[in-house]
Design a protein around this ligand. Structure first.
Ligand code: ATP
Length: 134
């Protein structure tokens, strides 16, 4: 049995990452899940959050803005709405997005505005948390 996993993260815009890794921990909609070599085939929805993977001694962090994860034949494929490796996250932009979202939540006049602002806040928070962990 293979002792490594191939991890690929793609968004509609680009391929974010393509690496051979030891373990992947991803933010599933029903909770965080880990994938080691030999994992059974699996498909699930992702929530906005932080994906981590270990490569040798190093733990890497990626912000994932929701999407789908497929596990098949020692390959984890992440189809994300948007995703950024921790080192690629623009902190100033994420902080500005958080402040904007907080303002919009406070000023929202209907449920839709509120839900949109809350989703934007979740994305900004996930980016800030991920960047802090780099
Ligand atoms: P913003 O309000 O700052 O645009 P957003 O949550 O609306 O944030 P998304 O729609 O999730 O942004 O992403 C749009 C594009 O911008 C994607 O390619 C995403 O990777 C990139 N992106 C968004 N925020 C950041 C950030 N803080 N650092 C780096 N890339 C980012």
């Amino acid at each position: 049995m293979a002792d490594k996993i191939f991890l690929e993260i793609v968004t509609p815009e680009k391929k974010v990452l393509s690496e051979t890794v030891d373990i992947v921990v991803a933010p599933g909609e029903m909770g965080e899940f880990g994938v080691l070599p030999g994992h059974i085939p699996f498909l699930c929805k992702l929530k906005v959050g932080e994906l981590r993977y270990r490569q040798g001694g190093a733990l890497q962090h990626v912000a994932v803005m929701g999407g789908y994860a497929e596990v098949l034949n020692n390959q984890v494929t992440i189809l994300a709405t948007a995703a950024e490796a921790a080192g690629d996250i623009d902190l100033v932009r994420a902080k500005a997005a958080r402040e904007r979202a907080e303002r919009r939540i406070a000023e929202s006049k209907d449920k839709l505005e509120f839900a949109r602002a809350q989703a934007a806040l979740q994305r900004a928070m996930a980016r800030l948390r991920t960047a802090e962990n780099k």
